[in-house]
Design a binder for this molecule. Sequence first.
Ligand code: GDG
Length: 733
Amino acid sequence: MGKLIVVSNRLPVNISRHSDGLKVQRSVGGLATGLASYLAGRERLWIGWPGIHKEDLSHKDQQEITDLLAEQDCKPVFLTGMQIHGFYEGFSNKTIWPLFHYFSQFAEFEIRTWKQYRKVNELFCKEVLRVVEPDDQIWVHDYQLMLLPGMLREKLPHVKIGFFLHIPFPSFEIFRLLPWRIEILQGLLGADLVGFHTYDYVRHFLSSIQRLCGLDNTMGLVSVNSRQIKIDAFPMGIDYTRYAHAGQRKKVQEELSELRKKVGRRKVIFSVDRLDYTKGILQRLEAFDWYLSTHPQMRGKVVMILLAVPSRTGVEDYDQLRNHLEQLVGRINGSLGTIGWIPVWYLFRAVPFERLVALYKLADAALITPLRDGMNLIAKEYLAAKDDQRGVLILSEMAGAASELPEALTVNAFDKKAIVEAIDRALTMPAAEQKRRMRLMRERLSRYTVVRWAHDFLDSLEHQHQQQSTLGGRRLSLKISRGLLKEYKQASRRLLLLDYDGTLVDFAARPEDAGPDEELIELLKTLAGQPGNELVIISGRDRKTLDRWLKKTSASLIAEHGAWSKPAGRRWTSMGPRERDWKLVIRPILEVFSDRTPGSSVEEKAYSLVWHYRQVAPELAMVRTQEIKDALNKLIVNMDLGLYEGNKILEIKSTGIHKGRAAEPWLVGEPWDFVLAAGDDYTDEDLFAVISKEGYSIKIGSGPSRARFTMESVGQFRTLLTELAGSCHAASG
Ligand code: GDG
């Protein structure tokens, strides 16, 4: 296996300037720990921003940092203050962070910061491209780099790319507010594996790609062109033993006895977070205030230690939050405190690891009530640190961790009364019950650690990639396309049978918007005009549309899946008499369903009726399609009709009309020495069935097919056609 390349916004290092030069110190983070054992004996590289603005560094400094970091298996992406301002403080923290945590009222939608975000993702992409090798695994982290997987995929079609989001993925109704929502989804879909903390976030992501990109999934597997992407939940764990054994450290014991002396016999409620509006600090403080008002017997007997770790200082919303918090602390302490008892012990700073663990060990209850949180590792660390199994965790339902910790007292963080009740229950809970709950949760945390999490993710990425290789078995490789090109050049009689939608052009939201671009018209004209060529466009569209869109190309046309055909320069002829009676029965049924299903429509073609549902909410479309099938299946048993499910359509048509039959007049008796047939959906399978095994049949996209080869996308297929067109120019010119 090749090396592992981890890419995250920040490198796991701190750089400081000393009188004798720059110093790099590795910081201990969950992710780094999780990877350490996985990486034992394996080459690794971590790419990220080193935390200092580029303009504060001379060229020599940059070189020195690069060299120092290389010793730590790290590679810097140097960013200017302006880039950090737009990309990190701007788009990441003022757009994505609030929106993904359901604070849409705080989200700013600025083109300027979006552009910086894209630019910085490109810079990260460049750094990865400098070092990546074909066998490597690339693991991209978090919301600052959501475009990166897509950018890498464009350059590296076959390399293994995983992405993990550490914050929540919001529901579709929130995500859709983002003006650049499609770009973000396309970026993420560049990965082979997209991981989230919980299954709820997976569901939200799947629903967004379904509604915004029209991509369905089967058990979390999504096909994009002919790549299969897995979307799954990997709840991040902690370095359990580090916290569980920390109590044995002398420094922790000293801190603890110091704290115990200060607290005396009082009960302790501990609250610690980065100072962020998503963490619900004000709300929990108000709840504590209410608790003290409604439980006067507890005054003087309980304290809340509130540790707010500075974060994003200088940003207005955060400074305001700090002001509010300090006012509230002041008000509670002023109105309820007495000489000798301060209800809230407030600290605005980060504390060293040993003091943090001592506080965890001291606390009778941890009050962790974020309004929204991707996971929340503090809740897990509190439990792990409790080696005596005493203490109660009060945890918000809105933290990802809640789904793994059902033995905690879970609360709705907006429901102050529920928090008050939970505080009361926690402080009066019998020791045996505390132990029972603690034991179950600690056992789980000791099994699913951050190391297991990293292993699971990377193993799953490897597995997903192997699956890709199996699926890609029939992919039209470079070698085969060279052979195809050679045969095309050498042939003197060539037949090209090409489907239109999904083969020559991508799907549009409205079918009428998928007309050909100038480049396509030119390409088809060239192909049709080359000596010895017969070009047939074989489509499900009606005659009028094909005439209007393709008349300049002088290609032969087949409309309505073979109901009509028009050899170049001739008139349309139909495949046989039309049977109208069945439509009189079936059309009204489809219309009733259509009236009840916003976004759907019924189209009548000469030989078929089509129910279109591209614009219908996916869950509703699924229900309605099944209902229509149930209703019609009974009716058509004795008619010469079939029901066909295509790309967001359900078609009812005569079984004798299909693309294979329509192509026969071209195939029979003609001495072609090169045949190419291409299409993307079930209607093209009838065509592939009549192509001889020497001919080239190509399916665009994934899924089972009779075609000999597959290609990923319309873009790739058009590139191949352009090469064919160019090859004969070159030959004749
Ligand atoms: C994001 C997501 C998700 C905090 N104060 C001190 C201190 N810490 C350490 C804790 C813990 C970490 O920082 C905080 O982790 P969280 O998970 O609670 O929150 P975020 O920083 O918002 O992280 C979150 C996480 O990513 C992982 O995917 O869980 O939902 O928002 O490890 O111990 N450490 C020390 N002193 C402090 O004062 N030493």
